[in-house]
Design a protein around this ligand. Structure first.
Ligand code: HEM
Length: 447
């Protein structure tokens, strides 16, 4: 059975209809031709954009000349109240300084140190799901959000999500998202930056989250000063000086980054995990394969989780959490022989690239074995960018590729998963979500 795909536009749309569709869900506003095309140009009242779907063009923008294609300020507009000027938003020297401090915390050697915290979150999450495993139809997305947020709090600050402040951050974050449901790629892209307004509720919830994170950062600063800070990601990031300037993050910079890790690290992982569980519900033979390879109790066991990793990777291909992202031309350019003026918006769509009919075998099918095939290996190198690519690649990619398979194997070991009453329809919100959630039925394997 082919996994669900968003409806696509066929034929030409009026500018008005296109902009309206674009803002409600950027994915289904795209032409069906994009699954075969290399580039599509669009001119609207406030926008001149090029959707870039040619691996060579994507490589040029993300890897070969990234400084000529900075992040679009339109994308940042909805996120600044919460993220300030963090690495997710900034460009130029500020961004370089931030990455020089962050990147060492996510090196492979350091990931090994995060493993015990991830494992604790995974055990707690599997137990929570087991308590819900009575065969009733449930929406799995709130559960995977809870689980992914727990992973972030435990690895970053060595606290579980039940911690008083962690629980308040999680709740305030839900409120923040409810306050601005239009913060999605399409909504942001069709309006120029000066037309973005933040409601009082949005500003208030962002300020509340930043205040709570500020308390965590201040408490950690004290423990670092008194020499009894745990060796987690927060301590690492707060004590690492920029190798070029010798400066460490100020408290304000650290709040920006923690808010970003929380947002970028938990929304994305929650989306990927929910889609992976849905795919497993429709393919019980892969649940058997994951079950057969066991679970991981220490970091070295991770190398045995091949089926879990292949399924997680296939979920990232079919349902990339960051389904689209936007860059801007810093200068006039020529893209595939067409003139692109300075300021043109360049939409990069992992969703379409990952299902490109001229690149992938069986592009819409669920086939985790593809990663061992010639076509799968070639496409993994050229046309698979769930974490982006080049210098702005997600610093949490290695972290997520441990977290995802670990959580999948723990959940499958505890529960049998079956499809719910309805099949999810993918829509692009902040990350790729089910329009009405992702419905599944869980039953305990031991009962
Ligand atoms: C399945 C999980 C994840 C996925 C699919 C994912 C995907 C991405 C993507 C596509 C970008 C680039 C966005 C753009 O160019 O517009 C990004 C950036 C980023 N991600 Fe992740 N991410 C994941 C998990 C994480 C985790 C666990 C963390 C940290 C704890 C993290 C931290 C960041 C940060 C700080 C950036 C901004 C990097 C920069 O612009 O230099 N992500 N992520």
């Amino acid at each position: 059975m082919i996994p669900p795909k968003p409806a696509a536009r066929t034929g030409k749309a009026s500018v008005r209809r296109f902009v309206r569709d674009f803002r409600s869900d950027i994915l289904s506003a795209q032409s069906a031709r994009l699954y075969r095309a290399w580039m599509a140009e669009f001119r609207g009242p406030f926008i001149h954009s090029f959707t870039c779907n040619d691996p060579k063009l994507v490589d040029l923008i993300l890897r070969r000349r990234p400084m000529d294609f900075p992040k679009s300020p339109r994308m940042a507009a909805g996120l600044t109240p919460l993220l300030g000027n963090s690495s997710f938003i900034s460009n130029g020297e500020t961004w370089r300084h931030q990455r020089r401090i962050i990147d060492p915390a996510f090196e492979r050697g350091r990931l090994r140190q995060s493993f015990a915290a991830m494992l604790a979150a995974s055990d707690a999450g599997a137990a929570r799901l087991l308590a819900l495993a009575d065969g009733q139809d449930i929406d799995i997305e709130p559960q995977t959000s809870h689980l992914a947020a727990d992973v972030i709090f435990r690895t970053l600050f060595s606290i579980p999500i039940q911690d008083r402040i962690a629980a308040q951050v999680f709740a305030a974050f839900r409120d923040h998202q409810d306050s601005q449901p239009m913060v999605n790629a399409g909504g942001l892209l069709t309006l120029p930056r000066w037309l973005h307004f933040h409601s009082r509720r949005t500003k208030r919830s962002a300020a509340r989250i930043r205040d709570l994170i500020g308390q965590l950062v201040a408490a950690r600063q004290e423990r670092i000063s008194s020499g009894d800070a745990p060796p987690d990601l927060a301590t690492k990031i707060m004590t690492t000086p920029d190798p070029e300037t010798g400066e460490t993050f100020t408290r304000a910079e650290m709040i920006d980054e923690v808010a970003t890790f929380f947002l970028a690290g938990h929304e994305t992982a929650a989306s990927a995990l929910a889609w992976a569980l849905f795919l497993l519900a429709e393919h019980p033979e892969w649940q058997d394969r994951i079950l057969a390879e066991g679970t991981a109790r220490d970091f070295a066991d991770m190398r045995n989780l091949n089926a879990a990793r292949a399924v997680f990777r296939e979920a990232l291909r079919l349902y990339p959490p960051v389904a689209m992202t936007v860059r801007e031309c810093a200068h006039a350019e020529t893209l595939r022989d067409r003139p692109a003026p300075k300021g043109a918006q360049l939409v990069i769509s992992p969703f379409h690239l990952h299902r490109h009919e001229r690149l992938w075998d069986n592009p819409d099918g669920f086939d985790p074995d593809r990663w061992d095939s010639e076509n799968g290996k070639t496409c993994q190198r050229k046309a698979f960018i769930p974490f982006s690519s080049g210098p702005r690649v997600c610093p949490g990619a290695g972290f997520a590729m441990i977290e995802g398979p670990l959580l999948l194997s723990a959940i499958i070991a505890a529960c049998r998963i079956a499809p719910g009453d309805s099949r999810p329809v993918p829509v692009m919100r902040l990350t790729l979500r089910g329009k009405d959630g992702i419905r599944l039925r869980l039953t305990s394997r031991s009962g």
